[in-house]
Write a protein that binds this ligand. Structure first.
Ligand SMILES: [Zn+2]
Length: 329
């Protein structure tokens, strides 16, 4: 067994149960605070989040990761309120987002005068060890991300800090990739910095439908996040088909699933006309209602499906080494 930090305290890894590995109670793009005409309605947000959690509990889920990094509107208080109201295990993150949509300005200013990666590592380690701010809430995972092209200077500093924090605290890492690119590069950067491959989820791997790309990551020994079901950059049919192909290749022991659904927005970045459509897109029950039937039609077994939501999240947190690729089915 392994102890996992949730926002309401530590649990035994055996208590995880069915787990969604990447959903968000709330997101706010850096700068959202400036939109003072779009106030965050906390009681309404709490109600919306409780409803979503209850819909997941009705399907037998007991845990989720909200891997919101520190600079993307992360709301520890909201997570605690929702976890306390529902008894759901919510695991929060420490970390920083990709440069393009994260809060890079603060760190780029500091980088003029100090080793900014060391400052980031101190932040991550401090949160993991003592809790976030004065809340006493300890994150259970580290979040990093990249945009397109290659890691920027800022992202390189974030990845180095995350690797150091993972090494010192034994905390696993989850990532954001853009349009299904750079997952293999993220794996290389983190493992070169000493992070065991099986302690990494390469997030949003389902942004690509290329099996060769997926297999490179699988062979490298990390988990692949098929964690954006419902987001139309790739169709769910294509995502499900890619997932089924990977299971056929023997990689079913290293895939985790989710929707990257965002339940509430800070500073409401969506035009009024789009808000209803977006709320319908971001439904965290979709994997059960729409994707599992597709996987079953493709011949994926019940046992293989259970691995995605139960066994793989647990083994990832427990840090059990993955079998060399292709050895287990
Ligand atoms: Zn996300």
């Amino acid at each position: 067994m392994t102890t996992i930090q949730t926002v309401t305290g530590p649990i035994d890894s055996r208590e995880l149960g069915r787990t969604l590995m990447h959903e968000h109670l709330a997101v706010g793009y850096p700068g959202w605070e400036a939109a003072t005409n779009e106030a965050f309605d906390r009681p309404a947000a709490t109600r919306v989040c409780i409803e979503h959690v209850e819909s997941l509990q009705a399907l037998g889920y007991s845990s989720m990761i909200d891997p919101c990094p520190n600079d993307l509107g992360r709301d520890i208080e909201l997570m605690v309120d929702v976890a306390e109201a529902t008894g759901f295990n919510i695991i929060c993150a420490t970390g920083l987002y990709k440069e393009h949509e994260g809060g890079a300005a603060h760190w780029q200013f500091r980088a003029r005068y100090e080793d900014v990666s060391a400052a980031m590592a101190d932040l991550f380690i401090g949160e993991l060890t003592d809790g976030v701010g004065g809340t006493g809430v300890r994150p259970g995972i580290i979040k990093v991300g990249t945009g397109l092209g290659d890691l920027t200077t800022h992202e390189t500093a974030v990845f180095a800090a995350a690797a150091r924090a993972a090494g010192e605290t034994g905390t696993p890492i989850t990532t954001h990739t853009e349009d299904g690119t750079l997952g293999d590069r993220q794996q290389e950067v983190l493992t070169t910095a000493g992070v065991p491959a099986h302690r990494i989820v390469i997030g949003h791997s389902c942004g690509s439908t290329e099996t060769d790309y997926h297999l490179r990551i699988a062979r490298g020994g990390s988990y692949l996040g098929f964690d954006r079901f419902g987001i139309p950059t790739v169709s769910d049919d294509d995502r499900a088909a890619s997932l089924a192909r990977l299971v056929e290749h023997g990689a079913g022991d290293r895939i985790v699933v989710s929707h990257d659904s965002v339940w509430c927005w800070k500073g409401n970045p969506w035009p009024v006309a789009l808000r209803e459509r977006i709320a319908k897109q971001f439904i965290p029950t979709r994997f059960d209602t729409e994707i599992i039937p597709k996987l079953q039609d493709s011949g994926v077994s019940e046992e293989a499906i259970a691995r995605l939501t139960v066994h793989n999240p647990r083994r990832y947190f427990e840090g059990e080494a993955l079998a060399s690729f292709g050895a287990s089915r």
